[in-house]
Ligand binder design. Structure first.
Ligand code: ZN
Length: 474
């Protein structure tokens, strides 16, 4: 079983960084697009590591306001000189052909190719990555240096070939569900439609896979669902197919560009103050590492779909340098060397800390709220108890006791005390063991921005004040 494959050594973050990098190496050469064999092969490789299912949605299916397109398959593409020498060769880099290009086989003069060529004059040795999704065009991408060299003979006759077909088939996406105690879900999404680009798409794929492997081995309060979807059309297809169950998504995360050597950037959900937004702010704030938190914008990756106003899911986006803000973005320089094993591992560690917050953010009621309970008698005061060698834990006990009024959860306590969540959680475990606090079973997601949930909280508080022995505790 996959669950037993990882021993403690392999669980180390260092081993995880190496394992993720090796998976990225394996996936890097595949020519992914929004449909087709590159995506399927990618999903097959992931399914060797985690129990992922591939879902196929036929061409022509209506998905929200869109339609699943035909599959694009490419066998070869080149620009060759009169002697058949390849001047630009798809087989040297799959970035050379514009993704989803129309097929062409034609002789022409080099000078006539002008409107079909893309280069980066400011980065003359890099090949840009371009797509023709939902547009009727063809094109090639090449280094500006090569372009200048070839452009010296504009009258040179060339043969242009893109041996590609568009056929009815389907859109493939991967889905993996790890059931928890609750039917309520944490949804993690990453895109899988970019060809040989490392940070922009492989980093999210390998981090999501590593997270799934780890979560599969630990107890879970929430159900964790991972989806590996082509950007935009894949997210739209998944949302369209899962509309009836979307209410189960209580927290979520989009992973994109999480492997380069830069600090993490968290982009808040459209709600702005969802629990996942607060959990990331807390975990990143406590990390001591450089990081940035940004507000939601309707640009970027699949937050555009998940946070569209009709769905408005509480999903943020985790990145390192945001898309479009680093020169290597969407170029051949976003290669395996651009990935850092330590960054991949750091992303995994941060996400696991956030999941820990989500899974353990419970509310409690202080069973002895009139004055402090006598902690020393119970070994919970540092003058008496050796177990409180950690002075932070002592403070955490006082904070948890004080804020456990049934209304505040442990994340509230961690935020207000500015103490690490795991210490607050440890304090709660101790206090519950000593029956000084008792858990309040709320609906799983009690966001303070959710007025229905707040009303439910008020109702439960009313009950609590009647049913718990506040008034006859002494
Ligand atoms: Zn991209």
């Amino acid at each position: 079983m996959m669950r037993n494959e990882l021993d403690q050594t392999e669980l180390s973050l260092e081993a995880a960084g190496r394992r993720m990098f090796e998976l990225a190496q394996e996936l890097y050469p595949l020519h992914r697009s929004i449909t087709g064999s590159g995506v399927r092969r990618t999903l097959d490789i992931l399914a060797e590591r985690v129990p992922l299912k591939t879902v196929e949605v036929p061409t022509g299916s209506k998905v929200l306001d869109w339609e699943v397109p035909q599959e694009w398959s490419i066998r070869d593409a080149f620009i060759a000189d009169a002697d058949g020498n390849r001047l630009v060769d798809y087989k040297a880099s799959n970035l050379h052909v514009v993704n989803y290009s129309q097929p062409i086989k034609q002789r022409m003069r080099w000078g006539e190719l002008k409107d079909h060529l893309t280069t980066l004059p400011e980065q003359p040795d890099w090949i840009p990555y371009r797509t023709a999704y939902f547009r009727d065009l063809w094109g090639f991408c090449l280094t500006h240096r090569k372009f200048l060299e070839l452009n010296e003979s504009p009258d040179r006759e060339v043969e242009v070939c893109i041996d590609a077909t568009f056929e009815d088939g389907g859109l493939s996406y991967g889905e993996l569900c790890l059931p928890g105690e609750l039917e309520d879900e944490v949804l993690i999404s990453t895109h899988i439609c970019h060809p040989s680009l490392a940070n922009d798409n492989l980093s999210g794929i390998v981090v999501a896979t590593e997270l799934a492997r780890r979560l599969a081995m630990q107890p879970r309060r929430y159900t964790y669902r991972f989806i590996f979807v082509p950007a935009t059309i894949g997210a739209i297809t998944w949302l369209s197919q899962n509309r009836d169950n979307i209410h189960r998504v209580k927290h979520g995360l989009i992973l994109s560009g999480v492997g380069n050597a830069d600090g993490l950037t968290y982009k808040r959900s459209r709600r702005g103050h969802a629990k996942v937004d607060r959990a990331f702010a807390h975990v990143l704030g406590q990390s001591g590492s450089p990081h940035t938190i940004r507000d939601f914008t309707p640009t970027g990756y699949d937050e555009r779909q998940f946070c569209s106003p009709g769905f408005n899911l509480p999903m943020g986006c985790l990145m390192r340098t945001p898309n479009g803000e680093y020169p290597e973005y969407h170029t051949s320089a976003d290669d395996l060397e651009f990935l850092s094993e330590a960054s991949l591992a750091g992303t995994v560690a941060t996400c696991l800390s956030v999941f820990e917050v989500l899974d353990h953010d419970k509310r409690f009621v202080n069973q002895n709220p009139f004055g402090e309970p006598q902690l020393g008698r119970r070994g919970l005061y540092r003058a008496n108890g050796e177990q409180l060698a950690n002075p932070l834990l002592q403070q955490a006990i006082l904070w948890v006791l004080n804020l456990s009024d049934g209304r505040h959860g442990l994340l509230d306590v961690a935020e207000r005390s500015a103490m690490p969540f795991d210490v607050i959680k440890e304090a709660a475990v101790l206090l519950e063991r000593h029956e000084l606090i008792a858990p309040v079973e709320f609906a799983a997601n009690l966001d303070s921005d959710n007025s229905a949930a707040v009303a439910a909280s008020e109702a439960i508080l009313d009950q609590v004040s009647i049913e718990t022995p506040f008034l006859n505790a002494h």
